[in-house]
Write a protein that binds this ligand. Structure first.
Ligand code: GLN
Length: 456
């Protein structure tokens, strides 16, 4: 049924970069046979899952939205993908994304943009617009994304789906093509909170192949999400509204739905408090130093030798340096080049303390702001994005406008804390979905599921 749905709507939505229907049907048939034989099956038995193309999939193409990886077929599964398969999920395809996950609209994909199923002239968010659009368009019930500065939560918000960025280290990054290693997290996208919890339960947990993956016993997120149903768990809960993330400049419909959600929480017995995280004012600036610096280093591996594309220089002797330069010139898009240049500049000798080092200090201040705020509140809330889905083409030639759109989501990545986005209605001015973002303290992902589950 999902393959039929994909065939029917992909021409308009373009959520996928690669669909292998035959493979998916063969996997599903194998699961059916095991079911008929009475064998035990995993918690996602037979359920189709769409996977962001940032995650490697064995024997299936993986491009990270870039020309430089066109045609590359990894010989291994990312840990999160391997865990989905072990849970008997069916990988239905690889979803579109901004090149190397740099962007907020999926327009920086080398393979053309994804369209928002709510309004095909609008962006589906980014960088994981493909995963969110696939779920919103009923092409898949579940998807995986990666969130470095909001790439799971913002697409979820603008497509009316639910997206979760786990605590940093909560899900293995092994096999996830790195953007900024200290910020990247893998997480779920689905159409309701319980479904995200179900996927998170399958992919979470320590992985010896990722040295930053946390070795701890996580509670069942599905139990947490179910436990809060019907509003139980909201009574007496202290909900902190972050003053710096509730600005007059936000779109009116976004603010209206957010205010309504706060009123609803108060009605359900939650205690609403206002909190301040003053250093959030510097979050975008710090993020756009940390991210390009780490990205420029991570992307050094795309050199024409090890993966994908190789180009020889024209009009000069084909030495190694010329080959690398020609390959990177042809293989990377403009946004990727922009960030590599920013990053290498920020890291260059003599500038480290001025830029990267300073940004890391700001990051510590933001972390401390959150720690202090969580002494006053159990969870913190804000709109997930300052606007609803903007029009395709609206910001693509204005990098700064695109970066500023991330103001609400990047603080969680800088602090390493978990955050969830869930739908809270439509903005009246454009009829497009609005998301509520909830932050929890580090390791308290279960608290977010209980809260979001109760609100759903
Ligand atoms: N929009 C952000 C950026 O361009 C988020 C990226 C991400 O989370 N992968 O960096």
């Amino acid at each position: 049924a999902h393959l039929e749905r994909i065939a029917a709507v992909e021409g308009e939505v373009h959520a996928f970069l690669h669909v292998n229907g035959e493979q998916a049907l063969a996997t599903a048939a194998g699961i059916d046979r095991r079911r008929a034989a009475g064998e035990p099956l995993g918690p996602l038995a037979g359920v189709p899952v769409a996977v962001k193309d940032v995650l490697t999939t064995r024997d299936e193409p993986t491009t990270s939205g870039s020309r430089i990886l066109e045609g590359w077929v990894p010989p291994y599964d990312a840990t999160a993908v391997a865990r989905l398969r072990a849970a008997d999920a069916v990988i239905v395809g690889k979803t579109n994304m901004d090149e190397f996950a740099m962007g907020s609209s999926t327009e920086h994909s080398a393979y053309g943009p994804t369209h928002n199923p709510w309004d095909l002239d609008r962006i589906p968010g980014g960088s994981g617009g493909g995963s969110a659009a696939a779920v919103a368009a009923f092409e898949a019930p579940l998807a995986l994304g990666s969130d470095t500065g909001g790439s799971i939560r913002q697409p979820a918000a603008v497509t009316g789906t639910v997206g979760v960025k786990p605590t940093y280290g909560g899900v293995s990054r092994w096999g996830a093509i790195a953007l900024a290693s200290s910020l990247d997290q893998i997480g779920p996208v689905a159409r309701n909170v319980r479904d995200t919890a179900l996927v998170h339960d399958v992919i979470k947990g320590h992985d010896p192949k990722d040295s930053t993956s946390l070795d701890r016993d996580w509670p069942s997120f599905l139990d947490a999400a179910r436990g809060g149903r019907g509003g139980a768990g909201l009574r007496g809960l202290r909900v902190g509204v972050i003053r710096e993330l509730n600005q007059p400049g936000f779109q009116p419909g976004v603010r209206a739905r957010f205010d309504e959600a706060i009123a609803l929480l108060a009605d359900a017995g939650a205690e609403i408090v206002e909190v301040s995280c003053p250093n959030i004012a510097y979050a975008v600036a710090a993020y756009y130093l940390v991210l390009p610096a780490e990205a420029s280093s991570n992307l050094a591996r795309f050199d024409g030798v090890r993966y994908g594309l190789r180009r020889m220089p024209e009009g000069r002797r084909p030495d190694v340096e010329g080959m690398m330069a020609a390959t990177r010139e042809a293989g990377f898009g403009p946004e990727v080049k922009r960030r590599i240049i920013l990053g290498t500049y920020a890291l260059s000798a003599g500038y480290y303390d001025q830029f990267y080092g300073k940004a890391q200090k700001v990051r510590t201040l933001i972390q401390r702001d959150f720690v202090a705020a969580f002494e006053q509140a159990d969870v913190l809330v804000s709109p997930t994005s300052p606007t609803t889905a903007f029009r395709l083409g609206e910001k693509v030639n204005d990098p700064l406008a695109m970066y500023l759109n991330d103001v609400t989501t990047i603080p969680a990545n800088l602090a390493g804390i978990p955050a969830i986005s869930q739908p809270i209605g439509l903005a009246e001015e454009d009829g497009l979905p609005v998301g509520l973002q909830t932050f929890g303290p580090v390791f308290e992902d279960a608290r977010l599921y209980a809260f979001a589950g109760a609100l759903e």
